[in-house]
Design a protein around this ligand. Structure first.
Ligand code: R5P
Length: 283
């Protein structure tokens, strides 16, 4: 049985269409801005689906309120599916006095939830901050299914070394080559990129990353690929955070841009609901 938070509403239709049973939940705001939550049923096991895109803090608090209500009502096993995990990029304290924000968030969720499932979290190592069972799900199946035919005998590319495992997971499903570029971030909006040892001349290329924010990384990689003689350039990311104008900027630099539906956006065409559906009967 699923409970859908306000960050999971875009997934409710697809989950229902696949036979998912959704529990009724009332979620509204008090005039002062605080959240009100009321759950109607208390089965033995519940999976709360709550992606924590902006406004992130509201959705996180809602996840705690829903869990508190479910636990008090007698739910025995509580699972959180957080397709996009907010605060995941704040994974270290670089100056004295800073928190490790993702640690604070995962510890708070751990007060209530037995299990946590996320998709492609920025730093999988941070999941150890969650006290229960925590699983980082890969979007590779869905990305490979979506782009496989368009890509043909092409190459899968990571825009930096950190994304290589993502590119590899997609490439291996399709039986294709993969590689990575080298990326150095100069400022939050500027990156410098250099080609690694990857042959793309005359080939279609799919660039795969976890997040698109300003689009700077993807645009740099796409332009470099064009200079290197790539044929078609496709872009896939798990989480389309998209700063103002980023969808248009990336779209105009590539042949196709598509992200998964961890966050609802106009280009969230890669569907992860089959992977979520599978969790309700245990991964
Ligand atoms: C960085 O390490 C991430 O994996 C992404 O490459 C980054 O968040 C993308 O940001 P932007 O779209 O602003 O270049």
């Amino acid at each position: 049985m699923f409970v859908i938070g306000s960050g999971g509403r875009h997934l409710e239709g697809p989950l229902k269409a696949m036979g998912g049973r959704i529990l009724e939940v009332e979620i509204r705001k008090f005039p002062d801005g605080e959240k009100y939550v009321r759950v109607a049923d208390f089965p033995d096991e519940v999976t709360v689906v709550q992606s924590t895109f902006a406004p992130q803090d509201e959705k996180l608090i809602e996840s705690l309120l829903i869990a508190d209500a479910l636990r008090e009502g007698g739910v025995r096993r509580l699972r959180a599916v957080i397709p996009y995990m907010a605060y995941s990029r704040q994974d270290r304290a670089s100056r004295e006095g800073e928190p490790v924000s993702i640690r604070a968030v995962l510890r708070a969720l751990g007060l209530y939830y037995d299990e946590l499932y996320v998709f492609d979290i920025h730093n999988p190592g941070t999941l150890s901050f969650f006290p229960g069972k925590a699983v980082n799900l890969s979007p590779a199946r869905a990305v490979a299914e979506y782009f496989g035919e368009k890509l043909g005998e092409g190459t899968v590319l990571a825009p930096d070394k950190g994304a290589l495992e993502r590119a590899k997971a997609v490439a291996e499903r399709l039986g294709l080559d993969y590689g990575h570029f080298q990326k150095v971030r100069i400022s939050p909006t500027e990156v410098r990129m250099t080609p690694g040892d990857v042959e793309v001349r005359g080939r279609n290329v799919l660039i795969v990353d976890d997040i698109i924010s300003t689009g700077g990384t993807m645009i740099r990689a796409a332009n470099l690929l064009r200079d290197m003689g790539a044929r078609k350039v496709f872009v896939a990311a798990t989480h389309g955070i998209f700063a103002e104008g980023a969808i248009e900027r990336v779209s105009s630099a590539v042949d196709e841009l598509a992200v998964t539906n961890t966050i609802p956006t106009p280009v969230s065409r890669i569907d992860l609901t089959p992977d979520i559906m599978r969790l309700s009967s245990g991964p």
